[in-house]
Design a protein around this ligand. Structure first.
Ligand code: C2E
Ligand code: CA
Ligand code: CA
Length: 812
């Protein structure tokens, strides 16, 4: 491939686009900076020439590089000494060899670049991939630098000779000296630009280095760099300038392609030189009127296409621009091109990097910092606070009943609420405070230099801002938040601080929501105790300290056992048998509940299978196992259940799974898990029915089989008409939906009889027996089944009870 060029007109270069512009680090700029550094400091012309061919060969991975002058080959690499095929190289330099056969390598593609001002040509030959546009650009820029260097060298030599010869030619000498200095300055400027690029300066800094350099070099009043305006096709935009007032920048900031020297250089892709500005073809009105005398513009390329121009212009230059100056501007524009290509690549990289960082550290819904960034910011704030008296306070904010918003209005509306809350939080804190979103409906505010008093005020402001009515789906919605506050000076552990704030928030929820709770010593003690407990529980799981006890549910008045409920116990080595209330909450919080639940489930299935094997007449008895919300969210739940049944050899209809109402109300995704469990053949029970949310809509969506009326309603049966009404209503509802009902916590005969009268025959409670260890279960069941134990006989009602949804206990 041959890329002959005169430096003025320059169409797109054909060839392979194995473009290294995309290589991280601004490859071409780095190479050119190296080249400049090496070539421009060399003491004599032949050393500069040798260095140039070496650098070019390395930078462009060319097997052969030769510098061919009028008198022959000046320098070459790639051939053993003395074996350089002069004739071939000359032919290539003359454009007569699109390929060269390099001994030991084979056929190589050829790139030729003129060394402007030197009557020399740089010839590069490479096997494999053709030279890309970026590579051609780099080779051309290298050749220009080399030309400038060689020219300077020659002038310095000439100057020395002159000085030696005579003082008479003083004027000539002064001219030469000035030129030498000019060229030296040019090299310095170019070098500055390359450094700006290779040091990852922002692209605007690179543009400014270019105009600044041109302004110093040419000493002209006006310098401008124009680029195609992507937003306004057909126009060029001034991206950097010198010597223009802000008003002028405003006036000439955008101009049509073809207008002005710069516009024309873009339109025609060539060097434009106007010695009489006012008389030129298409001057810019403003400048013509302002009395601009001369202007010169060179095209700037990107990926081989003209994308802009570099313009210098003067109000007092009466003799226009000489050849040297023209070649200087071209050299400069060439550098601007390289800068643009590489800066473009760098800019793209930087943007991609910034994007990635943003995505990794911000919440995509609200744009707020996410947990990662919050922890990072908190870490820094704590580090600052560790020094003088500079307290840091953290607010942990959780929207109350947010799931209900999602359920009633849909997830889209829920998202809008979260965005609105994010906006309000930002509005109500100082700019220097961090507002972040941790997850779901959990937000956090980090207040720097905020003591406890100020933190309380801040929390009150936040609460008030959130409680402002918001318009949602044409309705007005008032939401509230529970807020935990923690002062964190002196602490060094951001995770710990966040957990403290979380604990305080949790306490605020426990105390009835819509309130602020400051993390205090009492909570700290609770938290530490919880941590200890979690640690012990982990060990208990490993050591098998968890046991399952079983409590029967019976059919009244027959006394036949319908089901047994598995209730977990911790046989603590020091503290004796602990009830679930002492450790299930911690197990849920820490996630240990999943492993724990798996153990309970396996154990319970095994126990019932054993009972059934021993006493076939009990094969209508079901095993009820409690599931926490956390277990329900576990994607492996269905598999775990199936495996437990299989391992125990228990048919699926032998198992009931109990879930509290809140799981059904809060977990919209639970429906599919529910269906999968149903498909498996297990039955589903709503536990603690009546204590949760008021919406009963979920009963239609979820395929449940049994409702367990909460103990609190049973408790009030003999004293409270209201509780009796509630139980009646539940029975009626269940009847209508074809669900079975069990009453829990039956302790007295009065309660039992009241239930019986209301038509509720399935009962569980201390009256019929407490939960007993597996070893005692057989005996308990035998006692219950015995005539005289409770009352006689096993009724047909019990065996068919709850086997289908149509048979219900609620029908009299
Ligand atoms: P629950 O599912 O409502 O279980 C019934 C609770 O009421 C049991 O308490 C039981 O011992 C108690 N109880 C039974 N009859 C009476 C009565 O007549 N009067 C009174 N006052 N109480 C009665 P327990 O065993 O302490 O269990 C408490 C809770 O812990 C359970 O409530 C259940 O939500 C949870 N739980 C128990 N075992 C497990 C388990 O294996 N996994 C999960 N996730 N939760 C469990
Ligand atoms: Ca239960
Ligand atoms: Ca219950």
């Amino acid at each position: 491939m041959t890329a002959g060029c005169d430096g003025a007109a320059d169409g797109p270069t054909a060839g392979g686009e194995a473009d290294r512009a995309a290589v991280p680090g601004g490859w071409a700029a780095l190479r050119l900076a190296e080249f400049l550094e090496r070539v421009s400091v060399l003491p004599d012309a032949s050393a500069a020439a040798s260095a140039a061919v070496e650098e070019a060969a390395e930078a462009l991975e060319a097997e052969l590089v030769g510098l061919v002058g009028a008198g022959g080959v000046l320098a070459a690499v790639g051939y053993p000494a003395g074996r350089v095929p002069e004739a071939e190289l000359r032919a290539a330099a003359a454009g007569q060899r699109p390929q060269l056969d390099v001994p030991g390598v084979g056929p190589c593609g050829v790139l030729t670049v003129p060394v402007v001002g030197e009557e020399a040509t740089l010839v590069l030959a490479r096997s494999g991939a053709a030279f890309s546009r970026t590579e051609v650009g780099l080779a051309r820029a290298m050749a220009r630098v080399l030309g400038l260097t060689l020219g300077m060298r020659r002038m310095i030599d000439a100057e020395r000779a002159l000085r030696a010869e005579s003082e008479r030619q003083g004027r000539e000498r002064a001219r030469l000296l000035a030129e030498v200095r000019g060229r030296q300055r040019l090299l310095e400027r170019l070098y500055a630009i390359q450094r700006a690029i290779s040091h990852r300066a922002p692209v605007q800094d690179v543009f400014d280095a270019i105009t600044e350099g041109a302004s110093v070099l040419f000493g002209d009043q006006v310098v401008g760099l124009r680029l195609l305006d992507e937003d306004h096709p057909g126009s060029v935009r001034l991206v950097s300038s010198r010597g223009l007032s802000p008003a002028e920048v405003e006036a000439v900031g955008r101009s049509p392609i073809g207008e002005g020297a710069g516009g024309l250089a873009v339109a025609e892709g060539r060097l434009v030189v106007w010695d009489r500005y006012a008389r030129a073809d298409a001057p810019i009105e403003h400048f013509a009127r302002a009395g601009l005398r001369a202007a010169m513009a060179a095209p700037v390329h990107q990926d081989g296409q003209v994308v802009g121009s570099l313009v210098v212009a003067s109000y007092d230059r009466s003799d226009g621009y000489g050849r040297d100056e023209q070649s200087m501007l071209l050299a400069f524009a060439e550098h601007a091109s390289i800068a643009l290509n590489d800066a473009g690549a760098l800019e793209a990289m930087r943007r991609a990097f910034d994007d990635a960082v943003r995505r990794a550290t911000h919440d995509h819904l609200t744009g707020l910092p996410n947990r990662t960034l919050v922890l990072d910011r908190l870490g820094h704030a704590l580090a600052r606070a560790a020094r003088p008296q500079q307290p840091v306070s953290v607010l942990f904010i959780d929207i109350d009943r947010f799931k209900a918003v999602n359920d009633s209005f849909g997830h889209g509306a829920g998202d809008r609420v979260l965005r609105e809350v994010a906006r309000r939080l930002r509005d109500v804190v100082r700019p220097e405070d961090t507002v972040g979103r941790l997850a779901g409906d959990e937000f956090v505010v980090i207040g720097e230099d905020v003591g406890e008093g100020a933190a309380r005020d801040m929390a009150a402001r936040v609460a008030a801002a959130i409680a402002e009515p918001m318009a949602l789906e044409g309705r007005e919605l008032v939401i509230t938040a529970s807020i935990g506050v923690v002062g964190a000076q002196g602490s060094s552990d951001p995770e710990g601080v966040l957990q403290d704030a979380d604990v305080a928030m949790y306490r605020a929820k426990e105390q009835g929501r819509n309130r602020v709770q400051v993390f205090d010593q009492a909570l700290r003690t609770v938290r530490l105790a919880r941590l200890d407990l979690e640690h012990d529980l982990r060990r208990a799981l490993r050591r098998g300290e968890l046991a399952v006890h079983y409590q029967p549910a019976v059919w009244w008045p027959t006394g036949a056992v319908i089901a047994v409920e598995a209730l977990v116990r911790w046989e603590h080595p020091d503290r004796g048998i602990l009830p679930p209330a002492a450790f299930v909450p911690v197990a849920e919080e820490s996630g240990l509940i999943v492993a724990m639940g798996e153990q309970v489930l396996a154990e319970a299935c095994r126990t019932l299978a054993d009972v059934r094997a021993d006493r076939p007449e009990l094969d209508a008895v079901r095993m009820a196992v409690n599931l926490s919300a956390r277990q329900f969210a576990d994607p492996d739940l269905v598999d775990t259940v199936a495996a437990a049944l299989l391992a125990a050899g228990l048919p699926p209809e032998g198992l009931w799974l109990e879930i509290t109402e809140s799981v059904l109300v809060e977990e919209a995704e639970a429906v599919s898990t529910f269906r999968a469990l149903k498909d498996l053949g297990v039955h589903l029970v709503v536990d603690d029915f009546g204590t949760g949310f008021s919406s009963l809509g979920y009963l239609r969506r979820f395929p449940v089989d049994v409702l367990k009326i909460d103990r609190t309603f049973v408790e009030g049966l003999d004293s409270s008409a209201e509780d009796r009404a509630i139980v009646s209503a539940v029975l009626a509802l269940a009847g209508a939906l074809g669900l079975a009902v069990i009453a829990e916590g039956v302790e007295t005969a009065a309660q039992r009889d009241q239930l019986d009268r209301l038509g509720c025959h399935a009962m569980q409670g201390l009256l019929f027996g407490p939960a007993v260890p597996a070893a005692e279960l057989g005996g308990l069941l035998a006692r219950l089944q015995q005539p005289g134990g409770l009352r006689a006989a096993h009724g047909a009602a019990a065996s068919s009870w709850a086997a289908t949804r149509s048979s219900t206990s609620s029908r009299p």
